[in-house]
Ligand binder design. Structure first.
Ligand code: MRU
Length: 343
């Protein structure tokens, strides 16, 4: 995803339409607030860091499209278009603060700065996360197998990604035996997007159905589970794609380290615990069928929480771009950085 602007023309957000992958790589140019909100809600752009940058650039779109008061109202609509990933509000708020003081150009500068910070954060997390994984398994005994869920790669950020960025780093270092991608029902971000990204990086990988994960973890052979995050509460409870909590329970049972990889912008000190995190409900249709084909009888009631919360006690480590936090040892993300021994 990036900002694209010709001479004297309004700019657009250029992004891959993630709903069309892996069968087609289609670029979308988003130039209106309505189009951006639509793209966010149907998951053409998705993943917490990507939503943050899209939200910030969305403020620029709003400032191009509307006079000041209407632009501010449109920014609020973008901010609330999906509730769980805190990065969306962080991105909107940053660009909006710049817009209020310096107008459109200041908003664009702030949004592009967030984009650049996101790329740098992903590179830092990749290094820190790969080092942590190597240390948790006791050095570099052999290439390792990582399990992951949803999609946390370059598609979900600006470049490289979070948990998948760590997997890419391990692969580039010759330390990856295989990445196991959970398919991630109901929208199949793992099956459609993570496998596509792993294939492009040339990393060995396997796809499993979500319900195979516990058995495979308990059977041994997985060295760590690496996941992203949509919001990390002050106490370390972490919201991420539905199914993450089950993976954490299974990883604990199997004695496998469970590691959350997310930028500092995903840590939300204003949210005390997981109980305070709003979980997006995406309605029954995505559960009762897929790709326009109904699988459940018409009228079947279905629940579709898009995220779950993994309690801090099940998390071996949270790796951000600036520190490593060990929730299972009682460390909390809200600890100020200068008092944090884990840095
Ligand atoms: O509904 P999605 O596809 O936006 O959910 C995405 C996730 O849950 C990711 O794991 C999370 O945003 C981290 S992406 C680096």
């Amino acid at each position: 995803m990036d900002w694209s602007q010709g001479d004297d023309a309004p700019g657009v957000i250029r992004m891959i339409d993630q709903t069309r992958l892996p069968s087609e790589t289609v670029l979308l140019d988003i130039g209106t607030v309505d189009d951006l909100i639509g793209a966010i809600q149907r998951l053409s752009v998705r993943g917490a860091p990507a939503l943050g940058v899209a939200g910030a650039l969305g403020v620029v779109i709003a400032a191009q499209q509307f006079e000041t008061e209407k632009a501010i109202a449109a920014a609020a609509d973008i901010r609330s278009s999906r509730p769980t990933a805190v990065n969306l509000s962080v991105g909107v708020d940053r660009a909006l603060a710049a817009f209020r003081t310096g107008g459109l150009q200041a908003a664009l500068t702030a949004a592009l700065q967030l984009r650049d910070e996101d790329i740098a954060a992903c590179l830092a997390m990749a290094e820190r996360g790969a080092d942590l994984v190597r240390s948790l398994v006791g050095g570099r005994p052999r290439p390792m197998t990582m399990m992951t869920i949803c999609n946390t790669g370059g598609l979900a950020a600006v470049e490289h990604g979070t948990a998948l960025g760590v997997i890419e780093r391990l692969h580039l270092d010759g330390d990856l035996a295989s990445a196991i991608a959970c398919e991630t029902r109901p929208l199949l971000q793992g099956a459609r997007l993570t496998t596509w990204e792993l294939d492009r990086m040339g990393a060995p990988h396997e796809l499993i159905i979500d319900s195979a994960a516990a058995m495979i973890l308990a059977g041994g052979g997985v060295d760590a589970v690496l996941v992203g995050a949509d919001r990390i509460a002050a106490n370390g409870d972490t919201a991420n794609k539905i199914g993450t909590f089950s993976l954490a329970v299974a990883a604990r049972y199997a004695g496998v380290p469970f590691i959350v990889v997310a930028p500092e912008t995903t840590v939300d000190p204003a949210t005390a615990s997981g109980a305070d995190i709003e979980i997006e409900d995406r309605g029954p249709d995505e559960v009762g069928g897929f790709g326009g084909v109904r699988t459940a009888p018409p009228g079947t009631h279905a629940r579709n929480p898009a995220f779950d919360v993994t309690p801090a006690a099940l998390i071996t480590a949270i790796v951000t771009d600036r520190r490593t936090i060990r929730p299972e040892l009682g460390e909390r993300p809200e600890t100020p950085l200068d008092q944090d021994r884990s840095r």
